[in-house]
Design a binder for this molecule. Structure first.
Ligand code: HEC
Ligand code: HEC
Length: 548
């Protein structure tokens, strides 16, 4: 009996293996042929947080390769990754689990107090899909609004006539005031950020190969090396990043080894049983081909159509309301959120969702969404198949094309906020935001304070030692004054210039924000301590890696 079932599983696997081609490299669009040099430049731009208005967010921030090209911060258990959703109100049923971008800011760099997020980073209205294997779909984003024709965002000229969804997609995040931009940022501003940055200046760790390739050159020189002239333009930035993304295809998962070798033993018995269910339950009708996606749009009842109209927003066709692009199922093993709104945290929850035939019945719901009545064992078999067999270990281990420089955000280079402050009226301790890089000579180091008395005078003091919690110091290395806003929550933001003297490299600076407040012990409510060490643009540490 056991043998018969076992034999049956092997047979089914073999039949489907024969039908399934393996994942070949994505095709370059005419006009943007990939070269190893272009891929390297694209990688640098993709990992460089200086492309954002606040110098704190890179493409990589929301598309971390080791997490499968998605955002590991995005989780229902992380309140900072919550977007209010359709109703604009936090902590209601339609909340979205998205990705943190930038604090709201203006063209002058100062932060603008956001009604939902204060000075915290704003959050995307959808969960970030993967940037790995993104080179296959003819249209990108959950609603497919990034199409195959690529236009220069400054001149509006048609640059690439087809197959350029990745290039089109790059144009959105850098000017989006939630993701990487300031309010009203345009592509001239983005190009300017690239021109005035030292490649990967903020990154604490860069591979030997990458640093040798950069070889202390600036972006103009790198663009010349790749494109033949030192002109930096929006299309070139987009084409380089897109070429890098096309190099991020994952075709060395256990399922690929199984297909290539025509040998089912690359999957465990349980995983094979899951694969069989995946086919018998019709999952593969949408999650088809070696990509495990037909790259089409379907309504599977993840959210009410009124909350997010999906594909309808692009086509205006009523039958497209509530349709979203079928996601590839590769590299899901280490995910913390699933579906366009991030509403599920585990693969078990996703399988339960399919088992009950989806939620939110509506006229556009795909007819394939029917209750499956799976047993507990069948569910865990399906979950087992969706994890390890489809996950390329090079993605998880960050090797080969998935090796990369490290990010500034989250590193010890970020200002650290420590200790207690001094409370003022209503026991409020001023809360500071200090996330921007203490890069030597940074002329626009922006900080902000909130949770303080409104309308009060305030003082931001930077010094070579802790300016202290007893009284307002009389002097400091940097001494800025600012009146807090006259709303119920006193808040303000200001930008200061950091020292540019190379003798100061490695010097640690200390700062506190003092808010005049008669209810505080010595007349000042005082923030916790901000501590940061000045670093130079060429300070990165080289590491050995498997990168090429
Ligand atoms: C703050 C987070 C954030 C940043 C920064 C960010 N993205 Fe995304 N990305 C998202 C979200 C959210 C979506 C989905 C939006 C949608 O579908 O409406 C997305 C979608 C994409 C997609 C489409 C994938 C698909 O299958 O449709 C690609 C490719 C991508 N991003 C690449 C990039 C690149 C390149 C950059 C830098 C230029 C970047 N992202 C910056 C959050 C981010
Ligand atoms: C009618 C087409 C269709 C069928 C059938 C289908 N899916 Fe999906 N699947 C989708 C679409 C569309 C999405 C993206 C929906 C969204 O994000 O709102 C998706 C998303 C997923 C996700 C989440 C991936 C991510 O990146 O968040 C998983 C896991 C998944 N499907 C597994 C399955 C399994 C297992 C089955 C079979 C039981 C199945 N799907 C059947 C269309 C389908």
């Amino acid at each position: 009996m056991y043998r018969v079932i076992f034999f049956g599983l092997i047979l089914t696997s073999f039949i489907s293996m024969a039908q399934m081609p393996s994942l070949s490299p994505p095709v370059d669009p005419p006009g943007n042929a990939s070269t190893p040099e272009k891929v390297k430049l694209g990688k640098i731009l993709y990992w460089d947080e200086q492309l954002s208005a606040t110098k704190t967010v890179a493409c990589a921030s929301c598309h971390i390769l080791s997490s499968g090209g998605v955002d590991p911060r995005s989780s229902v258990s992380n309140p900072l990754s919550t977007n209010a959703g359709f109703d604009g109100i936090m902590n209601t049923a339609d909340d979205i689990t998205g990705s943190m971008g930038v604090p709201e800011s203006g063209a002058d760099g100062n932060y603008i107090y956001n009604p939902l997020h204060g000075y915290n980073s704003r959050v995307t209205g959808r969960r970030a899909p993967s940037s790995i294997n993104a080179g296959y779909a003819p249209e990108l984003f959950f609603d497919g609004r990034a199409g195959g024709q690529f236009y220069d965002p400054i001149t509006n000229d048609l640059v690439l006539i087809s197959g350029a969804a990745l290039e089109s997609q790059v144009l959105a995040p850098p000017t989006n005031p939630v993701e990487m931009g300031h309010n009203s940022r345009n592509w001239n501003d983005v190009v300017n950020s690239v021109k005035t940055s030292t490649p990967l200046a903020l990154s604490p760790l860069v591979s030997d190969q990458m640093s040798q390739w950069i070889n202390s050159q600036n972006y103009f020189q790198l663009f010349k090396k790749v494109f033949g002239t030192n002109e930096i333009t929006a299309p070139k930035i987009a084409m380089a990043i897109a070429a890098y993304e096309r190099s991020l295809y994952s075709n060395q998962a256990p399922i690929d080894a199984m297909i290539e070798n025509q040998d089912p033993s690359f999957l465990t018995l349980q995983e094979r049983a899951g694969f069989q269910l995946f086919q018998s339950q019709g999952c593969n009708t949408c999650h088809s081909s070696a990509l495990f996606s037909n790259t089409e749009f379907q309504n599977i009842g993840v959210s009410p159509n009124a909350e997010d109209s999906g594909r309808f927003a692009v086509t205006g066709i009523e039958a497209d309301r509530g349709k979203f692009k079928t996601t590839s199922l590769r590299n899901l093993q280490y995910r913390t959120s699933f579906m366009h709104n991030g509403r599920f945290s585990t693969l078990e929850e996703v399988v339960d969702f399919y088992d009950r035939g989806g939620d939110y019945a509506n006229p556009n719901l795909d007819t394939r969404m029917q209750p499956l009545f799976l047993s507990a064992t069948q569910k865990s078999n399906l979950v087992a198949f969706l994890g390890r067999p489809l996950t390329d270990p090079r993605v998880t281990n960050e090797t080969g094309p998935f090796a990369h420089p490290s990010l500034y955000a989250g590193s010890s280079r970020e200002p650290q906020i420590t200790g207690a402050g001094v409370a003022g009226t209503s026991a409020k301790i001023p809360q500071v935001t200090a996330i921007e890089p203490p890069l030597l000579g940074n002329q626009n180091f922006t900080v902000a304070v909130e949770n303080a008395l409104s309308d009060a005078n305030s003082f931001f003091v930077v010094d070579l030692a802790d300016p202290g919690t007893t009284a307002l110091p009389a002097t400091g290395l940097n001494y800025a004054t600012k009146q807090l806003s006259n709303t119920t929550d006193g808040h303000a933001s200001l930008s200061i210039a950091l020292p540019s003297d190379t003798a100061m490299i490695g010097t640690t600076l200390y700062a506190r924000w003092y808010v005049e407040d008669a209810a505080a012990p010595n007349g000042y409510a005082i923030s916790p301590l901000i501590e940061f060490t000045l670093f130079a643009a060429s300070d990165y540490v080289y590491v050995d890696s498997f990168e090429d």
